[in-house]
Design a protein around this ligand. Sequence first.
Ligand code: GLN
Length: 486
Amino acid sequence: MDISTLTIEKALELLARGEITSVSLVEACIEEIKKKDGEVHAYLEVFTDALEQAKIADQKRKDGDTGSLLGIPFSIKDNILIEGKRAGAASKILENYVAPYDATVIKNLKKAGAVFIGRVNMDEFAMGGSTENSAYGITKNPLDTSRVSGGSSGGSAASVSMHGALASLGSDTGGSIRQPASYCGVVGLKPTYGSVSRHGLMAMGSSLDVIGPIAHTVRDCEIVFNAIKGFEGGRDVYDSTSLSADEYKKVASEHVREESRPLRVGIVPALMNMGGVQDSVKKNLEESIELLKKAGCEIVDVELPNIGYSLAVYYVLMPAEVSSNMSRFDGVKFGSKSEGGDLLEDYLKTRGELLGKEVRRRIMLGTYVLSSGYYDAYYNKANVVRKLIADDFKKAFTKVDVILTPTAPSPAFKIGAHSSDPLQMYLEDVFTVTANLVGVPAISVPSGVVEDEGVKLPLGIQFTAPHCREDILFEVGKKFESVRVK
Ligand code: GLN
């Protein structure tokens, strides 16, 4: 079996025809992991029962089960709970934590018959854009191991890119699915906020977080999204922000996409003049626009007047939510503890010694913007601007069906290039944070390569659609895949 050309779609066909088994799929993935992961380090743990799960899936197929992901091997980001497995958010503070229940997405994947190969690396508690902030070492980019895999779902993107799994679940608070997908040459979908339950995902920024798939094709992401999005009986009772199927449909119907006219793709010319966007990225976007025209799309200029504030708004609101979410990690309720002389010293030592530098930086930033006197100046103001940005999108979507931008301002950067300068690292998120602030869905699709030092590095473009219109992302994404130059 040639795992390097397999997609979920293809594997499901072969499985249905009895030409391959889930066991052979999992064995092929484990073979790739053995060959490559010593260097790449995508996996924090390969589950010892992966083959056993595959055997069960094969038996189920023989018994007539037709689960939509029956026998498909997945890797899972280390901040998503699988009952009975360790889950550590790549942090020392959760070193020996074992998940007591399944996240809703895991329940849904189990129902669909997926097989879990292992848990994958990430920036600690999903804070970062390079997987350099993991307490367990860096995940390198499988396409050039001198470079980062992106983050925070770097292990997810790298595991799929190196064929160590057919798909992965990541989480996206400000770009953590899309940016590593673009760096590793795979597809990443950040669904509409609330369309996928957050129950069983370790919270980072609760008004921004969403779980989504990373896979080889747009169609594969669609298959996984369809499997993870539903909840039995309306909303997920464990996530008050989750949308029921009816609510999802109602919101989706607010955007009218007339099938009779060409798909309208909005571009934001002002965005490209922002500093820090590499020329190769600008050129690739222009080429992508031409390809989309060839595919029959209509290109329309749109304005998003407040988009320039997105990054600043994100880096006020996200740390505020982080500082509050992280307060549960006190050495008493969860995970590991460093003993001090008294309770206060316990707290100080536990959080000081077991949380990494970036996590502590964000707790401090968040505590600061929420403190009396600064709350109005920063937190409240950022919320006001968040609403203005959302209004900009609402207006733009009256003219277009989808908005096109690059996914990131550069291809994967060298390991260590930004690690001493947090601001430089934050600037990598310039195109991705907006979708989280607004709650709309966005997808990153590979759009070509740029050559650097003789190595071909992948680039990605990002499509953003109105709330609950993932279908438009899949439509335009597939169109683009059919015309793009690989
Ligand atoms: N890179 C962004 C950050 O550091 C996004 C993280 C995420 O989406 N989890 O906050």
